[in-house]
Ligand binder design. Structure first.
Ligand SMILES: Nc1ncnc2c1ncn2[C@@H]1O[C@H](COP(=O)(O)OP(=O)(O)O)[C@@H](O)[C@H]1O
Ligand SMILES: [Mg+2]
Length: 146
């Protein structure tokens, strides 16, 4: 069992910081390199969302990323105390974005690369995204079946 917590402000450079920290934690378990790449994408999407959408007008907003490794797999939590999400169901729709310049695929990537995604948010309070990646699941099983 291992656990780490990383707290940083809402500047774009910290996406890489969070991604590298979570990947280093994940590499302590028996994930494949492909698994770790997918975890990195999911973490990047959630942290970018916290920076860009959670704190649209701030570059010193607080963001916390926690990673927990246990016998089952890796659980990553990305939390911000920013503007929050008004309509979570709409936000999670593929291709939905509040910003027409964006692709609206962040939640889709998180969902497809992780085995569980749980989002809680309230307007004016912030957003908490929890995602889990199991050590032996879909990825490995489908590769074995090929
Ligand atoms: N941490 C967050 N704080 C506030 N709003 C968020 C957050 N994460 C996601 N959202 C909302 O959910 C929408 C969809 O997110 P996503 O699927 O990543 O697409 P995109 O980032 O391309 O808009 C965003 O446009 C935004 O309105
Ligand atoms: Mg996004």
């Amino acid at each position: 069992m291992n656990r780490m917590s990383l707290r940083f402000i809402s500047v774009a450079d910290n996406v890489g910081l969070a991604r590298v920290a979570v990947a280093a934690l994940a590499s302590q378990a028996s994930f494949s390199l492909q698994d770790i790449d997918e975890i990195k994408v999911a973490v990047s999407e959630a942290v970018s969302n916290a920076i860009v959408h959670g704190y649209p007008e701030k570059s010193d907003g607080e963001i916390q990323v926690t990673g927990v490794l246990d016998g089952v797999g890796l659980t990553v939590t990305i939390e911000d105390w920013g503007v929050g999400i008004e309509d979570l169901e709409q936000a999670r729709q593929p291709a939905y974005s509040k910003d027409p310049e964006r692709m609206g695929l962040g939640f889709v990537f998180m969902e497809s690369f992780m085995h569980g995604l749980h989002v809680e948010s309230s307007v004016g309070q912030g957003t908490r995204v929890e995602m889990q990646r199991l050590v032996t699941m879909a990825g490995e099983l489908s590769r074995d079946a090929q």
